[in-house]
Design a protein around this ligand. Structure first.
Ligand SMILES: Cc1cc2nc3c(=O)[nH]c(=O)nc-3n(C[C@H](O)[C@H](O)[C@H](O)COP(=O)(O)OP(=O)(O)OC[C@H]3O[C@@H](n4cnc5c(N)ncnc54)[C@H](O)[C@@H]3O)c2cc1C
Length: 458
């Protein structure tokens, strides 16, 4: 980078927050995407760590003028290479924007972009409130969670990031600062631009602050592990639960062969000794009586739909350990994985999807482990490494799984996003007009294409 520009950046954020030292930079140019499909980072990267919105705005004005690519970075936990700087430029880490304030009366958190999910959960709890969503890795940051519209297991009752965000502060690639929405439950003043930034994966603007809706602390929570010997019965129970009027925080689907191995790798134990297929249900209620009433009704629904005896975990420790095992399946499978998919269909079609994935696996004589957020219709099939196979062969299988999801009325990604590694598939599954409009929007917000330039849009 030109020496003059480098010294201008140092002047904006302070010399100690700018570096191109490869030993430091290397911690900021990868994410959690499976290695075989993870994009390569470019060689000439300048790491910049601004302290506030003003500094970000000044850096972007300069980058826009000089046409230097800028890659916003949160916790680096993304799964599609979206934060990886694939061309020379600036990695802009939001980690120093780490302030959070809880507004108890409005039940909202005002969090800067670099606040981690862990900190949001803790601060909400300290204030006697609750942030229900739980995308698996608590080191993800608010900016990244918003930019990816993250979901996770606890999305059944209160939704994904998009459903929590009431306001955003965003710096545009041209340096202007937008303050969108507010501590409002209702706001119909024109187009909802904040929603456009949610899920934009760092391509339209840098999120610096978010106003996040919180919920009353769930005083009584329990996790049920419901074993089945028959997979169809497990899937068919899910709509029965929702139709009964019980809306749990989470309804997850896992299989014994996966959870046992994951638990062993963590030095833990999966609590159920019977059954091959499991629903894992998290419920939260405001009183002990209503919790036990709901648990009883759930147990009745499940057993009358073919389950074995449900297991109830009601201590915090037991529940945390079940959630931990579920959250770590990805990490356990990762070393053997070529790619982790995120296909999503209308919830009632999820059994068909899993059967079609199994058919594809049988066709190729391979195993495709599947688990996921069953009540959201969102599954994570893992494509595992097979000796001697080419990337083309894996892509053929991925293409077939995507086609089946689309045929069932679904989408190629329900929560992880497009990033760098799914762009080619977007072209195949979105209409030409939709892609054209996305390109026009990108041009409108980022006329010089400096912000996360080669992501999302094919
Ligand atoms: C073990 C594990 C489990 C996971 N489970 C889930 C899950 O259940 N559900 C789910 O949805 N995801 C899950 N994820 C994926 C990941 O945690 C989410 O995608 C998360 O939202 C990424 O946040 P981050 O801060 O790490 O973002 P990063 O990886 O740093 O960045 C992701 C994208 O956001 C952009 N970005 C980051 N900060 C900003 C900002 N301030 N402004 C604008 N753009 C920004 C980046 O440029 C990039 O495009 C999981 C990941 C792991 C490793």
């Amino acid at each position: 980078m030109d020496k003059k520009i480098l010294s201008m950046i140092k002047e904006i954020v302070g010399e100690e927050y700018v570096t191109n030292n490869p030993e430091i930079v290397k911690g900021y140019i990868y994410d959690e995407t499976a290695l075989p499909v993870r994009p390569r980072a470019a060689n000439n990267i300048l790491l910049v760590k601004p302290a506030n919105t003003y500094e970000i705005s000044e850096v972007l004005k300069l980058a826009n003028k000089e046409k230097i690519p800028v890659f916003p970075r949160g916790g680096g936990t993304g799964l599609v290479g979206a934060a990886i700087p694939t061309v020379d430029g600036i990695v802009l880490s939001l980690e120093r924007l780490d302030k959070i304030e809880i507004d108890k009366d409005n039940l909202m958190a005002i969090a800067e972009a670099g606040v981690t999910l862990r900190k949001l959960l803790e601060e909400a709890e300290k204030a006697g409130l609750f942030f229900p969503a739980h995308p698996g890795d608590e080191s993800a940051q608010i900016g990244g969670l918003v930019a990816c519209n993250a979901g996770g297991s606890r999305a059944v009752k209160t939704g994904v990031m998009r459903n929590y965000i009431r306001g955003l502060e965003v710096v545009l690639p041209t340096g202007e600062v937008l303050s969108l929405g507010g501590k409002l439950i209702k706001d119909n003043a024109g187009y909802d631009l904040a929603q456009l930034f949610i899920g934009s994966e760092g391509t339209l603007g840098i999120i610096t602050r978010a106003i996040i809706r919180l919920y009353p602390k769930s005083k009584f929570m329990a996790t049920l592990v419901i074993p089945y010997n028959n997979r169809e019965e497990a899937f068919k129970t899910v709509p029965k639960i929702l139709q009964s009027g019980i809306i749990p925080l989470a309804i997850e689907y896992v299989e014994r062969k996966l959870v046992e191995k994951t638990a062993n790798s963590l030095g833990m134990k999966w609590p159920a000794s019977e059954g091959e297929y499991f629903l894992m249900i998290i419920v939260s209620e405001q009183s002990e009586n209503s919790l036990y009433e709901v648990l009883e009704r759930l147990a009745d629904i499940c057993t009358s739909n073919g389950s074995l005896e449900p297991l109830i975990a009601d201590t915090r420790r037991e529940q945390d350990s079940i959630l931990k095992i579920r959250s770590e399946i990805y990490t356990f499978l990762k070393p053997e994985s070529i790619d982790i998919l995120d296909v999503t269909v209308p919830p009632a079609n999820v059994l068909d999807l899993i059967k079609r994935i199994e058919k594809i696996a049988n066709e190729y004589g391979i195993e495709i482990p599947v688990y996921g957020h069953v009540a959201d219709g969102n599954l994570h099939p893992h494509i595992l490494r097979i000796d001697g196979w080419s990337m083309e062969k894996y892509k053929e299988i991925i293409g077939k799984i995507y086609s089946e999801a689309i045929r069932l009325g679904g989408t190629i990604t329900g929560e992880h996003g497009i990033g760098a590694i799914r762009k080619e598939y977007l072209l195949k599954f979105k209409s030409a007009k939709e892609i054209e409009l996305m390109k026009e929007l990108k041009k409108l917000f980022d006329p010089n294409n400096i912000l996360n330039p080669d992501k999302v849009i094919p």
